[in-house]
Design a protein around this ligand. Sequence first.
Ligand code: EPZ
Length: 418
Amino acid sequence: MDKYIIDGGEKLYGKIEIQSAKNTVLPLLAASVLTDEPVKIRGVPMINDVENMLRILTEVGCKIRRQKDCALIDSSGAASHEIPTRLTKELRSSVFMLGSVLTRFRRAKISYPGGCDIGLRPIDLHLSGLKRLGVKIVEKDGYIHCEADRLVGAEILLDFPSVGATENIILAAVKAEGITVIRNAAKEPEIVDLQRFLNVMGAKVRGAGGGTVVIEGVKRLHGLEYTPIGDRIEAGTHLIAAASCGGEIETNGVPSENIAALLHKLRENGCKIYTKNDRIILISDGRLKSVNLVETMPFPGFPTDLQAQYSALCCTAKGATLVVENLFETRYRYAAELKRMGADITIRGRTAFIQGVEKLHGACVTASDLRGGAALVVAALKAEGQSTVMDLSHVDRGYADFEGKLRRLGAKIRRIRV
Ligand code: EPZ
């Protein structure tokens, strides 16, 4: 497993082009099964989660071509309603395929995606929503068998504004008979992008981003070419790294409103931030003061996917920070590794109490999940001395050319292939 060698202490300067959002590209790839006409998605990042989703599409019978950073999907030959088990284990978000495979074939079979490194991650809201659309679901031997002679529009209320459940239900409703209304829907920008994508295909989806999504079923969807929105979590990760290390960076490709909650905190920490359209400029002297409290919330609250990286920043901010992780049960596995670097973190359940220290020192640390791995990189860039970050398979799931982008900002980071 590859590792990073990072010599900390460098300030970061320069501009970064942000990749297309992983958490948009994945549902868009699932949606490409909804038409038998060619689909071209531009700016598709070379990351493992996307490669696994492309493998799933291939196994259901789609023809995939990669042209530089574009993905071309021809689903005319799609024939299998079974989503491959080994890939479902690899990629939890394969569960989005349920909605689009059901729309295409009126049946679907998927193994239970199960939990992962950050929590149980049940899919009860996905399944109850699909049932409301007329899907019969039998869970047997670890598989979920879905059948629907007809998909009929319905009123659905989500107990929790689940991103995946909102997306899955939209994908199952776009060609259902009649109107579907999803209340307490997730408001993430990725949902708005999925709505835009589907409407270009000829669907009738409205209200995404506002909490109530209305889908009027249509008969046919056609192919398209599309460029997804930028990855707000990638942008946020680099902005946090620059805030912590000090310097001046500019991200391009993510509008500030998509990470407003983070920018608000970074300003409170003492950073200067200027924004214009899809450009965000951050200036920091690297000597931050802590904010008292950060609570992760569904959008537009502070994103759970930036909690780990921001907690790493808090380790050397002046003062104490209370971090509350409201979305996932075990999203602090990185904390023990930060303590090896000298961080003063106390974890109690979903809460982390972080007492800022003068400095972190380099250490050999191991990533255990995607955003936790990014947090270890943020800490190592700030720490005094050399760090080794082991098991890059996690960051490789969500960050394309992570070390290249950081190196171009002046970071002393190199990948050792082992
Ligand atoms: C999406 O996961 C993202 N993944 C996650 O990003 C992100 O952390 C999460 O949304 C929250 O923003 C993709 O988009 C591919 P949820 P998802 O359903 O859809 C509970 C990353 O690092 N829940 O909004 O799985 C669940 O247990 C990843 O890029 C149910 O109880 O998230 C969790 O506590 C990590 N029942 C909460 O809702 C359900 O049926 C949020 O989950 C579904 C979810």
